[in-house]
Design a protein around this ligand. Sequence first.
Ligand SMILES: C[S@@+](CC[C@H](N)C(=O)[O-])C[C@H]1O[C@@H](n2cnc3c(N)ncnc32)[C@H](O)[C@@H]1O
Length: 217
Amino acid sequence: MTTAPPPNVPEGRTATVQHRYDRQAGRYNFCEAPAELLFRRWRPRLLGRVPSDSRVLEVGVGTGENIPWHPPDVSVTAVDFSPTMLAQAVPESRQHDPSPELALMDAQALGFADESFDAAVATCVFCSVPDPIRGLREVRCVLRPGGQLLLLEHVRSGLPVVGRVMDLCNPVVVGMQGVNINRNTVENVRRAGFQILEVEDLFLDIVKLIVAEPATS
Ligand SMILES: C[S@@+](CC[C@H](N)C(=O)[O-])C[C@H]1O[C@@H](n2cnc3c(N)ncnc32)[C@H](O)[C@@H]1O
């Protein structure tokens, strides 16, 4: 595991969100267990789309819930900006062959050369990245042309009443957990310079599987 500090020392909003994750890392898997009953069905579906023999970036690996689903024939670099979340991923990564390389890094300032990866994966991450468009632009830069962005994200529901309730509850959830429940992540992906290839609604117009690639123009 790389222990070097993130390239930019987080400040402001980024530091606040990072500290929220640092604080909850020890109980994260326990608290998320009910949601995980659904997500464990969707994770293999997402990771199953990673192309063979590819170099994969996982953004916001957290406690490593996706690691068991990484295909065996790919090389994975997995980053997170919370040292304590990342520490939780270490045992899981050691059990997986080949082990992903874990690195402490802010998605908004990725320390990789342009076009270093064939695919990038993230699950429930761009709801918390303080500046999601900046983070997604960074991901676009490190993806090769034609590379795949594979996301599993909860987003603001397009159902009017549900969406409005999400807007009303959002400040409370952000204050407690650093998670936004009303982001339009599909639009954010587009605004970051990706072409959307596929959006699959997995749950109540809230959980989406999003496939995109860097836009060519
Ligand atoms: C809700 S958790 C999801 C963890 C994991 N992907 C999963 O599916 O279980 C969000 C993760 O994204 C990380 N994260 C949020 N913003 C980040 C950023 N700017 N850079 C790197 N990691 C970030 C958090 O530290 C946390 O581990």
